[in-house]
Design a binder for this molecule. Structure first.
Ligand code: ASP
Length: 355
């Protein structure tokens, strides 16, 4: 016959077992979806190329379109804005960064997935990569085909994005972009094709990894300084310094650069030809701007490569900063954040080496 203490301990143990089981039923990672619009939420009346509208569907619609999401994460969703990402602005970035930081600071949130248009996704991703203060995963997803298209790519991209955000290997890697079964680091990724599904490439350092029906494999580590180890913060910031990009071309003049300086820009990024170069009049106007206190960063319009100091252009003499591996649109992001700390070209150059 069973003695009393052992009966009691069995009852306690089986009670604990039931509790553990109940706990594990709730053990799915808790992922918060933040929706901003884009083609992933876009609708097209017919299958012709023209006339689709980005940002037509709500976050609930996107979640309901992929019922399998419920098997990989406990999801909640929130609409931040519903716009085409060509209209992305500093104000939305600041709102988004504030909300992501707030959510990731909560113990009941394990990661964030942001749906976003693909046009400026790399800029938003890099901005968040510099100002989010957490090691928890932040994943951006979009699509190249509208939600109503034949073989829309959004549902699988969303599924893969949530799966990556829910995966322990995604921690500490900074902001990730997931599209077309690939994972990219925010700093490396660029939109490279206007319409094709495989538009996102990480030309300098290669993609971060791949994801096959929700199973991610990472190939490489990111550049060390980002998110939790970044020195940049937009907490309490109401506006970002104005930085414009000038696209270099044959026969480029300096007069539009002069008028940008007159209009009060704080920084200029040159999308230079080749190794960050431009015509003599354009370089002279840029040097004049730098000497007047406007920060000037030289990048390249080529889409890849490293623009290093003093190779074809004498940065020391002209007062310029070299963008290193950053393309013009990402150099603009880093320059805006850098300018909130310093206007000194030497210190700004340090940021472009580290980030
Ligand atoms: N114009 C759209 C956007 O960026 C394109 C896309 O999402 O693919 O919002």
């Amino acid at each position: 016959m069973m003695n009393c203490p052992s009966l009691i301990s069995r009852v306690i143990l089986s009670g604990l077992f039931v509790l553990v089981l109940a706990g594990s039923a709730h053990a799915l990672p808790r992922i918060q979806l933040l929706a901003t619009g884009g083609t992933i939420a876009g609708a097209q009346a017919d299958t012709k190329q023209s006339g689709y509208k980005a940002g037509s569907f709500s976050i609930e619609y996107l979640i309901n379109a992929v019922p399998q999401l419920k098997t990989i994460a406990e999801l909640s969703g929130e609409q931040i804005v519903n716009i085409g990402s060509q209209d992305m602005s500093d104000a939305v970035w600041l709102k988004l960064a504030g909300r992501v930081n707030q959510l990731l600071g909560q113990p009941d949130v394990d990661g964030v997935v942001i749906t976003h248009g693909t046009d400026t996704m790399e800029e938003t991703a890099y901005f968040l990569n510099l100002v989010v203060k957490s090691d928890k995963p932040v994943v951006m997803v979009g699509s190249m085909r509208p939600a109503t298209a034949i073989s829309a790519d959004g549902p699988m991209n969303l599924y893969n994005g949530v799966a990556v955000a829910a995966h322990p290997d995604a921690r500490g890697r900074g902001v990730l972009v997931v599209l077309n079964d690939e994972i990219h680091y925010a700093r490396e990724v660029q939109k490279q094709n206007s319409t094709q599904l495989d538009t996102f490439k990480s030309l300098n350092r290669g993609r971060a990894g791949v994801v096959n029906t929700g199973a991610p494999v990472f190939f490489s580590k990111p550049v060390p300084r980002h998110t939790a180890s970044s020195e940049f913060s937009v907490e309490g910031v109401a506006a970002l310094p104005r930085v414009e990009i000038f696209y270099a071309h044959a026969n480029m003049g300096g007069e539009f650069i002069d008028s940008a300086v007159k209009s009060g820009v704080k920084g200029i990024v040159l999308a230079g030809v080749g190794d960050g170069n431009a015509t003599t009049p354009a370089l002279e106007a840029l040097s004049k701007a730098a000497k007047a206190g406007v920060a000037v960063v030289r990048s390249t319009r080529t889409g890849s490569g490293v623009v290093a100091r003093n190779v074809e252009v004498n940065d020391d003499r002209m007062g310029f900063v070299a963008s290193m591996e950053l393309n013009p649109q990402k150099a603009r992001v880093l320059l805006m954040l850098g300018l909130m700390k310093t206007g000194d070209p030497k210190q700004l150059q340090g940021f472009f080496v580290e980030y």
